[in-house]
Every structure is written in structure tokens, then in C-alpha cells.
Design a protein around this ligand. Structure first.
Ligand SMILES: [Zn+2]
Length: 443
């Protein structure tokens, strides 16, 4: 009979992000898509590379756009087809950056925010509705504000008008909406692909976010994850998977379950009572052992920070109970609460040594900070033009639908004498954009 491994937990849990209670293991399909899309993105954004030229020579040069709109290319190789398929599976994260707007479709492309936009239902616009973004612009490349206001809901219109337009008529480009810089990374692509089509929004668990940052042996972190998720080969768990072992606890003879072994067994209770944490296991028999462990650790993490002694000591006791249990099962050692406590103490001192070592390494490797300042040009005492700028940006309420207002103010002076001042209301969808606009205006 072929040996099949025991699966303690579903792969979907293991692949969940660490902050959501999973182990962050990579899903092979998603990582494959993310890496294929990396190739596609590279060829699209660097058209002068040899590989890009070969690819768009062999296949229609619009292969990227075709893949987004779902049009197949005939007689493509397996590799090329996979690359094109990855583009269509990632299309939700691809955004248009507007230059002259001639290649950007108003309703088919994502170019305002993270979603496609729609025309207003009852618009006062006369004539046929425009298709391309360039049709929303005036001849001098600025927005045709009156048609934008008449075609779209006011929140959408405000966001459109806040898009800065270049007056050089540059071509439309692509960017990746899942990163702040617009550049694609396999990591962001991976999580984007993995979470596409997920209906429920998972809430980030405070415990897990803190736990993975705790200053602790990595094997303990995984061990505690297993305890909380009941993924430990206790006798009860083994019997559930039809493995013929005696159900008796090696310490006391009752049935060995996760809760019994780590908390409810007489021996474990004695250990918990006599350790310096002063935990009474009897008071908690009703609680699920996973939540019991989680609650204590979360309490210690919140109280003492991520390298507190109590967190480590609590974990080291759980670890020592498990080690001692294995000694008794496999080597026939005599069960004793004193041995468990002694083991826990030894592991604590090991942790302390490694902790101090880590601190020492950290001190010796930190180089003194270089001053974050530099000088451009020649410093002169004479004629100096000083431009002071400030942008203000305010979001009204938590609507997130573009109810913001922004203003810019600037002052230019030469050798201390004021030459010009100005202030203006601007349309900007973020504080950074407001600050950038005022610099542009002042210049
Ligand atoms: Zn027992």
C-alpha cells in the first residue's frame, strides 16, 4: 500500500495570509500566473527588448490589448498562450494612465480610480456619447469641463477633472493598480490573483499579526500555530484518522486529546499552577483549548510587547509538555511535572542567550546614520529666489467617493522681497497630488 501523508489542515488554510491565521504558503497556480504576468508586463512596458520585439513580431502587436478584451490569438505556442492567459486573469489590476486619451476607452478601460466608470443615466449631453477619453478633452489637452460635468455623476466628474493632463500629448500607458508606484511586482500580483473572486472580506486578526512578529524561536511559532489549529498528532487526532494507537494519556491514563494534554491533564495542571505565571487550568475547562492559548498569548503580547518574557515562558511550557510527552511515549521516560518545569526553564535560558546575541549583533551592525541632506548647485549670498508652497487637502467624511476639496497657495520672493503670491482652488484626489500641483503652479 502506498504511504499517504496525514493532512492535518486544509491547504486553503495554509495558503491564507499569515495575518489572517494561515501560514502564508504559496498557492502554485496563483504564483504561476503572477510570474507569467511578470513576463507579459515586462514585454509590454519595455517594448525595445529583444524578447518584446520577437513576441510582437510573431503575434499581433496588439496581443496585450487583445488578451485584456478576451480575444484569442490562433496558432500560438503553449508558452505564449499561457502568458496571454495570465494577462486576461490579471486584467482587473491593470489600469490605463491617460496621456492624450486616444487609446483609452471611457467605459471599457479602468482609468479613474480602481473601477470602470459609467455615464450618468439622464444626462443633459446632446448628441452621441463619446467613446475615447480624448473626446473629453479640448484642443489644448485640458479637460472639457462642461461635457465632463454633463456626462458623469458629480463624484466621478470631480475625479476625472483631478487627473492631471500633460500638455505634450504623450501616449496613453498602462500601470498596475495594486502598488503605489504603478510598477508590477510578483508579490502584489500573487495576492491579487489569489484574492480575486473572493466574496467575503477576511478581517485581519490582531493576534496573528502580533504573533508572527513576536521575538521567538520560529519553530515555536509554528508549534503554537499547530496547537491553536489542532494540528498536533495527539492520540485522539491519530485515532480519528484511523491509526491504531492506544487512546490513553501517557501521564495519567485518561483519553489524550489536545485540551487534555496541554491543559486538563493532572500533570499539566500541576505544571501550570507551579510555574511563575500562576495559571489555574481548572477555571478554563469550558473554553476551547485553542482560544485558551490564544487569549493568554494575546494578553501577554499586549501587556509586555513582542519580546516579553511571559509570552516566551508560556510558549516554552507548552513546548516542554509536548517534548516530555514524546519522551514518555517513545523512550519510556517516567512522567514528572518537575521534569517539564526544568525543561521549560532550560528552553527559557536558551531563548535568553539567543535573544541577547541578537541584540548584540544588532548593535554592532548598525552603522551611524548618514545625514539626510544634500546640496544642489552653488550656495550664494546674493540674488536668491525663494519659492514657498503649501497645499491643503481635506476629505469630507468617510464616504470615499471623492468628496474632497483642495487648495494651493504659494509665495515667491527674491532676496527677501516679495514678488508674487497666489492661491487657487484645485482638484486633487490625494494630499500628495495637492502638494505636487502647488509646486507646478508656483513654478
Ligand atoms: Zn493525562
Amino acid at each position: 500500500m502506498a504511504k499517504r501523508p496525514i493532512y492535518w489542515r486544509k491547504s486553503s488554510l495554509l495558503e491564507e495570509h499569515k495575518s489572517l491565521g494561515g501560514l502564508g504558503m504559496r498557492n502554485i497556480e496563483s504564483i504561476n500566473h503572477a510570474m507569467l504576468f511578470n513576463q507579459a508586463w515586462r514585454m509590454k512596458t519595455c517594448p525595445n527588448l529583444l524578447v518584446s520585439r520577437v513576441f510582437s513580431g510573431k503575434y499581433p502587436s496588439t496581443w496585450f490589448e487583445n488578451s485584456i478584451s478576451g480575444r484569442r490569438v490562433n496558432a500560438a505556442s503553449w508558452g505564449a498562450r499561457s502568458i496571454m492567459k495570465s494577462v486576461s486573469s490579471m486584467k482587473g489590476g491593470i489600469r490605463r494612465t491617460v496621456g492624450n486619451g486616444e487609446a483609452t476607452s471611457i467605459t471599457d478601460h479602468v482609468w479613474v480610480g480602481d473601477n470602470r466608470i459609467k455615464f450618468k443615466e439622464h444626462s443633459s449631453f446632446v448628441g452621441t456619447k463619446p467613446t475615447w477619453v480624448s473626446e473629453l478633452k479640448c484642443s489644448n489637452h485640458s479637460w472639457n469641463a462642461s461635457s465632463v460635468w454633463s456626462l458623469f455623476q458629480s463624484s466621478t466628474a470631480r475625479r476625472i477633472l483631478a487627473i492631471h493632463t500633460s500638455n505634450r500629448g504623450t501616449q496613453d500607458g498602462w500601470d498596475w493598480s495594486q502598488s503605489s508606484t504603478g510598477a508590477y511586482s510578483i508579490k502584489s500580483g500573487y495576492w491579487f490573483h489569489k484574492n480575486t473572486g473572493k466574496v467575503e472580506e477576511n478581517t485581519v486578526s490582531q493576534f496573528w499579526s502580533l504573533w508572527w512578529k513576536a521575538n521567538m524561536f520560529p519553530k515555536w511559532k509554528i508549534f503554537i500555530w499547530k496547537v491553536i489549529n489542532n494540528a498536533i498528532p495527539t492520540k485522539q487526532n491519530l485515532r480519528r484518522r484511523h491509526i491504531d494507537v492506544s487512546p490513553a494519556c501517557v501521564f495519567c491514563g485518561k483519553e489524550e486529546s489536545l485540551a487534555h494534554l496541554f491543559r486538563d491533564c493532572e500533570l499539566s495542571m500541576r505544571v501550570w499552577k507551579s510555574c511563575s505565571l500562576g495559571i489555574n487550568g481548572l477555571a478554563a475547562v469550558e473554553t476551547h483549548v485553542g482560544s485558551w492559548v490564544k487569549n493568554f498569548l494575546l494578553y501577554f503580547l499586549n501587556q509586555d510587547g513582542n519580546s516579553g518574557h511571559r509570552v516566551v515562558f508560556f510558549s516554552s511550557i507548552l513546548w516542554s509538555i509536548w517534548l516530555h510527552r514524546n519522551e514518555c511515549v517513545f523512550k519510556g521516560t517516567k512522567a514528572s511535572a518537575v521534569t517539564v518545569l526544568e525543561l521549560a526553564r532550560q528552553w527559557m535560558s536558551r531563548w535568553e542567550v539567543s535573544h541577547c546575541l541578537n541584540d548584540k549583533v544588532r548593535i554592532t551592525t548598525t552603522s551611524p546614520n548618514k545625514a539626510w541632506s544634500w546640496q544642489v548647485g552653488v550656495h550664494s549670498q546674493g540674488d536668491m529666489i525663494l519659492i514657498e508652497v503649501d497645499g491643503a487637502w481635506k476629505c469630507k467624511g468617510d464616504y470615499g467617493d471623492g468628496r474632497w476639496s483642495a487648495a494651493a497657495g504659494w509665495r515667491i520672493s527674491r532676496s527677501g522681497v516679495e514678488i508674487k503670491t497666489g492661491a487657487q482652488k484645485v482638484l486633487a484626489s490625494s494630499p500628495i497630488q495637492a502638494e505636487a500641483m502647488v509646486v507646478l503652479l508656483a513654478l
